[in-house]
Ligand binder design. Sequence first.
Ligand SMILES: NC(=O)c1ccc[n+]([C@@H]2O[C@H](COP(=O)([O-])OP(=O)(O)OC[C@H]3O[C@@H](n4cnc5c(N)ncnc54)[C@H](OP(=O)(O)O)[C@@H]3O)[C@@H](O)[C@H]2O)c1
Length: 216
Amino acid sequence: MNIAIIGAGNVGGALGCGWARVGHRIIFGVRDLSSEKTRTLLAAAGEKTGAAPPAEAARAAEIIVLATPWDATGAALSSLGDLRGKILIDCTNPLKFTPGIGLELALGFAESGGERVAGWAPGARVVKAFNTYGWENFADPVYPNAARLRPLMFLAGDDSAAKTTVGQLAADLGFEPFDAGALRAARELEPLALIWIRQALSGARSPHFTWARLTR
Ligand SMILES: NC(=O)c1ccc[n+]([C@@H]2O[C@H](COP(=O)([O-])OP(=O)(O)OC[C@H]3O[C@@H](n4cnc5c(N)ncnc54)[C@H](OP(=O)(O)O)[C@@H]3O)[C@@H](O)[C@H]2O)c1
């Protein structure tokens, strides 16, 4: 598949490199094509990858991965032009930093970041995914265990076909897709990300901790 990555940082870089390794064609949508960061990423990602300005990358792809900092996400989306009909994988978390508390959600209960993203990208087939674990798990999703459990990848979206495609992309990396429901279920997946973030950032858990399914 042709996949554009908008936000070629920790998350976008790890996903792009992983999918390139299994044969997908990746185009990183970057604002500075000649930066050291872009050159290093392309060298690591290999032959099946390229870079282009964000709008050009999005135009050329059937699937767009959105992995920008929350504060930059509205502007990043509006720079991409018309995304009608495209699958838009929303990996973002609507985080804000509050002194005395630390990281917390800027949205919740009545709306999610995923639904806000869908509002910013009319007609795009938005699937919330790859938001509940740190990027380390996208770079190296291999968890040897006797029960052969695979880490779950939670998905939320209103378009079933788009969710199936994103589930296959998650499986390509080694995850077991888990359909959490309509895009509205992003309201549950974003707080789940905060549980992961607090556990991993505090050192209570390894950055490779994930959720797995023991029974149906
Ligand atoms: N870090 C994690 O482990 C993790 C895991 C799951 C989800 N998330 C979520 O995923 C998102 C990205 O996190 P990250 O850690 O990957 O961030 P990051 O390493 O800071 O990367 C963000 C990227 O977004 C790019 N960017 C910013 N504004 C842009 C725009 N207008 N157009 C195109 N690209 C733009 C930046 O490019 P420049 O270099 O040009 O500024 C940078 O490459 C966040 O919403 C985060 O909450 C993070």
